[in-house]
Ligand binder design. Structure first.
Ligand code: PAF
Length: 283
């Protein structure tokens, strides 16, 4: 059945109240549309947990530090809704910008620590935009649980931090990265890759996986990362934003592999910026 499309906060609240009255719990899957199998896996996780499911579709202008990136962000609501319908999504929450950011909007949720470095270093204001809009989405939907992909691992860490700090009564569920057959992490940005770029793109996951293996085998972290950067540029990546080993819990930088860790990378193929991360397993 087609989900109901809701445009106002009042209607969303009324519908959520109705679901609760019928004894249901609510799971929220926040998205910016341009849905792919990765998003659908979040919906499936919410359904499997027994929730009525709200998918929000809102391309949030405040998290784009580059206006060109915002303009180019793919938008096709009808296609998104068609993908959600067979999954039994109950509500698509698709407000316009004025409903989200009314005249005089002046509040920012800003998280220090986990938002610093990695994407926070090269995308100033990005995580303030994410934290503010996700706070609003959580309060609007009053969901019992909200589902996010681990591809945006730093985003997930930021969300976990402010949900804890602000005592927002919601369970945050981090879901595994979905990959194409060649290893490329699924992303709404992948459709913007050129034919050559699409062929080169899986090199990001390959370089991260090889670097993780080398670090797991006890090789020097700095050397491994330098080698991985070189291999990405040789594969055809135009530039590398970052390639770093960070602690899994608080994302602090690590020069040595002495705690549970993840490898994080962001790199450009032309004007398309791809991010990915992998776990580095302890010995
Ligand atoms: O990951 C995304 O798609 C966005 O950052 C989110 C969480 C929907 C907030 O706009």
């Amino acid at each position: 059945m087609k989900p109901v499309i809701v445009r106002t906060i009042d209607e969303l609240r009324e519908r959520v109240r109705g679901l609760r009255k019928q004894g249901h719990t609510v799971g929220l899957v926040p998205t910016m549309g341009a849905l792919h199998a990765g998003h659908l896996s979040l919906v499936q996780a919410a359904k499997a947990d027994g929730h009525k499911v709200i998918v929000s579709i809102f391309v949030n202008p405040t998290q784009f530090n580059d206006p060109k990136d915002l303009d180019k962000y793919p938008r096709d609501e009808a296609a998104d809704v068609a993908l959600l319908a067979p999954l039994g999504v109950d509500i698509v929450w698709a407000p316009d910008v004025d409903e989200m950011y009314a005249d005089g909007f002046s509040t920012t949720v800003s998280v220090s620590g986990v938002s610093e470095g990695l994407c926070g270093a090269t995308r100033p204001g990005h995580f303030d935009g994410v934290a503010t809009v996700v706070t609003k989405l959580l309060l609007q939907a009053q969901a019992d649980a909200a589902y996010f992909g681990q591809k945006d691992f730093q985003q997930l860490a930021v969300i976990n931090r402010f949900v804890t700090d602000l005592n927002i009564p919601v369970e945050i569920v981090g879901c595994p990265i979905l990959r194409e057959d060649d290893g490329l992490a699924m992303s709404s940005r992948n459709v913007r890759l050129s034919e050559t770029g699409r062929k080169t793109a899986p090199a990001l996951f390959l370089a991260l996986s090889k670097a993780a293996e080398d670090i797991e085998s006890g090789n020097d972290v700095t050397r491994v990362l330098a080698h991985a950067s070189k291999s990405l540029l040789e594969a055809g990546f135009t530039s590398i934003d970052y390639l770093e080993l960070r602690a899994s819990d608080n994302l602090s930088p690590m020069a040595q592999f002495d705690r549970p860790a993840r490898l994080f990378a962001a790199a450009f193929l032309g004007d398309v910026r791809l991010i990915d991360n992998v776990v580095v397993k302890g010995r």
